[in-house]
Design a protein around this ligand. Structure first.
Ligand code: C2E
Ligand code: CA
Ligand code: CA
Length: 734
């Protein structure tokens, strides 16, 4: 029995760890029982051979095979290969490892089992093994029945037999792990995320290239350093404590953190830390993975700002305002302190914007925003809802007094003239105020209330503030329902003209009348013009309504000219709104009269004295256009405003209607008497005729007659009458 030399022994596996194959154990036990010395010796000899095999895994003396079948029992796959790789011999373990019965194994070439990509390696290995006396090894892949298997072959040549003996071991699992490790390393190197590994003492033990890109530190610079190298003072100590607390408790933390690069720059990263433990639960390493999110964060912030703030003034926009309102309501609820909402609208901003240009308009809005912010506390919100509309949320207001003070100070601040491009501009605002929870509990309702109150403030003459009240709200609800009804009224013939006679004082003849509108409302009955003219004005329905009045009056005057007096003239009331679209009407009205064979003096227009003083182009244009076509113009309610003689002459006024407030107080030697006398004298000088309105007594009538007043209108002669009643009155007088 030849023994292997120790130089050939691979002692990487300590002998004591090896065990006998199971199949030998019963044999030994049996031999002891039999007490057969011969058998024991034989078995010991086999065992020695076996041990040798276990030690070497590589070389087996072929002669051993004759003495023992330990070769067969070895837990290592052994093969004997010929020069052309034919399998001359294989042991049991080889059969098992390769999954091919020995009988068929021994008839084929081993190279046939070797996968294509390993062929050249295997061939080179076999050639070298046969050529050299030293043992060789290689790793190749086998392809057996569609299954890939990695093996390591260690072999030594038997020059006598031109074969080699090979020990084969399965390294598929090892190869797989190796591959995974390779991939992991590749990923570690190539990944965009910065990776930093620290030990249990928080010292850096490894970083990847992305880490260097992110922080500017190379691996050499940071290895062994404490991981707090990148710390900034953007976070307080509580923040870092909370991270450590989480790491100690769960081994994990993730979140946003501001860190510092090598060049001092501060950046925001998304950091995720995980911990590796040993089997006793002690920290081995912590792996920190981070990405720079500074740009993303900035972009998000910009987006958020754009979505929530007004670009021009940088005030919260409508969107953020609603958010703040919700918060304010919640807070008011929690603390039991009321909250106030103010809506503010600049008076005549459109005019300023149109005259000064949009750039100036923008500068003005900016200045307004600045002043508004100045008037409130930091906890309050000033928002721009759009155009020239602002909203202010005033938190924790215990009383109205505080609110009133703020409203007043806003009006005062805004009233301060401002310089725009060296030009002095005056601006004022109207403010509506409502309270939570007193007036409403929902945002929408609060908004409506404040809007209503603001409208009220505008009505009160601008540069005012108004509180929301229920009474005002009811009135406004009634108004909006009337506005809807008025649309129906125009379609359904619910409107009717009444006529009030105007008597010529000298002759006592009636050939003039004022047309006064009435509305037979299906629910509310007869309505006076004072109930709905303002609504018609506000909704713009006045234009359509006036057109109807004009045509109806024209139809009537045609009849009365024909049947009563060829001079007959009906005056209609012109509203401010109508005046502004007079140029549109002028031509159609003129045509309408012509088509119906009426002269232009058959219909006159009454215009309020106040309107005469409106210096806007619209009004002068309208007055001129009526003058142009020769339509008689009366100045209504004269004496209540302060129109100038100049204006009366400029616009070729035909009639002055002395306001009833003078006529009503006409008694001998009264101031009103003197005033009326002066008005009549002045009008006559300008070739304007005078109509006294609201004449109720004979005495008033006598006095007016004496003063030389031309016409009189009032209950003394008749109340406004329907066309039928009016005709009856005329017929009776004739
Ligand atoms: P107004 O133009 O000053 O019309 C005269 C108003 O005084 C009429 O009221 C008339 O009924 C009333 N009145 C006439 N004589 C006397 C009198 O002796 N004593 C008293 N206390 N009152 C007298 P009414 O019809 O209610 O019209 C009110 C206002 O409505 C009018 O005032 C006018 O400004 C406006 N209005 C009436 N009809 C129309 C219309 O068709 N279009 C427009 N835009 N406004 C109209
Ligand atoms: Ca009138
Ligand atoms: Ca009048």
């Amino acid at each position: 029995m030849k023994k292997m030399t120790h130089s050939a022994i691979d002692d990487s596996h300590p002998h004591k760890q090896l065990e006998l194959p199971l199949s030998i154990k019963p044999a030994l036990a049996a031999s002891k029982a039999a007490g057969s010395n011969k058998l024991v010796r034989q078995l010991q000899a086999r065992r020695e051979v076996f041990d040798d095999l276990r030690f070497t895994h590589k070389v087996v003396d072929p002669s051993l095979e004759h003495h023992t079948n330990s070769y067969d029992f070895a837990p290592v796959a052994y093969l004997t290969l010929a020069a052309d790789s034919s399998i001359v011999d294989a042991n049991q373990f080889a059969e098992c490892l390769l999954g091919i019965p020995r009988s068929s194994l021994c008839r084929q070439r081993f190279a046939k089992l070797v996968s294509e990509e390993s062929q050249s390696i295997f061939n080179a290995f076999l050639n070298k093994t046969l050529a050299i006396r030293h043992h060789q090894s290689c790793k190749v892949a086998l392809q057996i029945a569609g299954r890939l298997m990695w093996i390591e072959i260690k072999a030594i040549a038997d020059p006598m037999l031109q074969t080699c003996r090979a020990a084969v071991s399965d390294i598929t699992e090892h190869k797989r792990t190796e591959r995974q490790l390779e991939l992991a390393t590749l990923a570690y190197q190539a990944i965009d995320e910065a990776i930093m590994i620290t030990d249990a003492d928080n010292s850096i033990v490894a970083v990847n290239p992305a880490f260097t890109t992110l922080t500017g530190y190379t691996e050499e610079e940071v290895l062994g350093q404490c991981a707090n190298l990148f710390k900034t003072d953007c976070h307080d100590s509580r923040f870092y404590l909370s991270i450590w607390k989480a790491l100690r408790k769960t081994g994990h933390w993730q979140g946003e953190i501001w860190n510092r690069r090598k060049n001092g720059e501060i950046y925001l990263e998304w950091l995720s830390i995980n911990t590796n433990y040993d089997s006793n639960g002690n920290v081995l390493q912590r792996v920190a993975i981070s990405t720079d999110i500074t740009d993303r964060k900035r972009a998000e912030e910009t987006m958020w700002k754009r979505a929530n703030f007004d670009q021009l003034t940088c005030l919260p926009n409508r969107y953020l305002f609603y958010d703040r309102m919700q918060l304010a309501i919640k807070q008011a609820c929690r603390e039991g302190l009321p909250m106030a909402l103010m809506l503010l609208d600049l008076d005549r901003f459109k005019e300023i914007n149109d005259t000064l240009g949009h750039d100036m308009g923008d500068s003005l809005l900016l200045e307004i925003a600045r002043r508004l912010n100045h008037c409130v506390r930091e906890t309050d919100t000033v928002a721009r809802l759009g155009g020239d509309e602002f909203a202010i949320i005033l938190n924790e207001k215990e009383d109205c007094v505080g609110i009133e003070r703020i409203a007043q100070s806003i009006l005062q601040q805004l009233a301060e003239p401002l310089l725009l491009n060296g030009q002095k501009v005056n601006i004022s605002a109207s403010i509506g105020i409502t309270f939570y929870p007193e007036d409403a509990s929902e945002i929408e309702e609060l908004m409506k209330n404040a809007d209503q109150a603001m409208y009220d403030a505008k009505e009160a003459g601008r540069n005012h503030f108004s509180y929301f009240t229920r009474a005002v709200q009811n009135a406004s609800q009634r108004q909006s329902s009337l506005a809807n009804d008025l649309r129906e009224a125009l379609i359904n013939n619910q409107l009717q003209l009444y006529y009030q006679p105007i008597m010529e004082l000298a002759s006592g003849v009636i050939y003039k009348a004022e047309a006064l509108i009435r509305w037979r409302h299906p629910q509310h009955g007869w309505l006076c013009p004072t109930d709905f003219i303002a609504i018609a004005e506000k909704t713009g329905l006045i234009v359509e309504m006036s057109d109807w009045v004009f045509k109806e009056a024209a139809r009537q005057v045609w009849l009365w000219r024909r049947y009563f007096d060829r001079r007959f003239q009906i005056s209609i009331n012109g509203s401010p709104m109508l005046i502004h679209c007079a140029s549109d009407h002028k031509n159609s009205w003129f045509e309408h009269l012509q088509q119906n064979g009426l002269t232009v003096d058959s219909i006159g227009v009454e215009i309020d004295e106040g309107l005469l003083m409106d210096t806007s182009h619209d009004v002068s244009n309208m007055l001129f256009s009526f003058c142009d076509i020769g339509m008689p113009i009366s100045i209504d309610d004269f004496g209540t405003g302060c129109s100038s003689l100049y204006l009366l002459q400029k616009f070729h006024i035909d009639y002055l209607k002395i306001d009833p407030s003078f006529v009503g107080k006409l008694v001998d030697q009264s101031n009103e008497l003197m005033l009326c006398e002066a008005m009549i004298a002045m009008a006559h000088k300008l070739k304007i005729k005078v109509i006294a309105e609201g004449v109720e007594t004979h005495h008033q009538c006598e006095l007016l007659k004496k003063m030389g007043c031309d016409f009189a209108q009032g209950y003394l002669f008749s109340k406004p009458l329907s066309a039928g009643a009016f005709e009856a009155l005329l017929a009776k007088r004739e």
